[in-house]
Design a protein around this ligand. Structure first.
Ligand code: ITT
Length: 205
């Protein structure tokens, strides 16, 4: 099988992608496995450009086809923030728990009916020839009142999914992978990856 570099340093994303891309017809390799350290270079203000920058850097550094994900959470009561800045919400001193507690604090006075939010993910796939494709997915939810569950990563303990009656962190990975923004985008990406493999395009230039 041809190799596809999964260009993310986020262990939560890596875990999910390993399952989501299992039927892609590509062998998934990570930057750690290749002893590659990739630059942390997200300059753009939109997901698509960030995802492309990450995948391009990885493809250039490895000579392999690369897949990157840029994602975030958009809270309507915060006019769509933190969005593309979700990983850096509250500054560099905060970890996942610090960031979700800050979000709960900022939403303290927001009533239950106005706590809608969505996750968004854009996946970019860049071949070593430079050919680039992007795929987007969203997942709708509400911001809860306190963290519940210990699965997933990031904001999952406060991302409540009304149709499931649970937070994203209470779902198993299989369940998260049925409905998440990343899963919606990955489903489209897998179709593309399978077509590339079928036509013998391995990303090598
Ligand atoms: P890479 O750039 O190395 O992939 P990153 O964590 O910096 O890792 P992003 O810049 O795309 O990735 O930031 C995405 C942030 O959005 C992530 O750190 C979480 O805070 C949040 N996020 C995205 N998808 C999520 C999910 O499925 N569950 C919970 N939080 C998520």
């Amino acid at each position: 099988m041809p190799k596809l570099l999964l260009a993310t340093s986020n262990p939560g994303k890596q875990r999910e992608f390993r399952v989501l891309l299992a039927d892609s017809s590509w062998e998934i390799v990570t930057p750690q496995e290749l002893h590659l350290s990739l630059p942390d270079e997200e300059k753009e203000t939109n997901y698509e450009e960030n995802a492309i920058i990450k995948a391009e850097n990885a493809a250039r550094a490895s000579g392999l086809m690369a897949l990157a994900d840029d994602s975030g959470i958009e809270v309507d009561a915060l006019t769509g923030a933190p969005g593309v800045l979700s990983a850096r919400f509250g500054g560099p001193g905060l970890d996942d728990t610090g960031r979700l507690n800050l979000m709960l604090e900022q939403l303290e006075d927001v009533p239950d009916g106005r706590r809608s939010a969505r996750y968004r993910a854009v996946i970019a796939i860049v071949q070593s020839s430079g050919e680039t494709r992007t795929f987007e997915g969203t997942c709708e939810g509400m911001i809860g009142r306190s963290p519940v569950g210990d699965g997933g990563f990031g904001y999952d303990p406060i991302f409540y999914i009304p149709v499931r009656g649970k937070t994203m962190a209470e779902l198993t990975m299989e369940e998260k992978n049925e409905i998440s923004h990343r899963a919606v985008a990955a489903k489209k990406a897998v179709e593309y990856l399978r077509s590339l493999a079928a036509y013998g395009s391995t990303g090598a230039s």
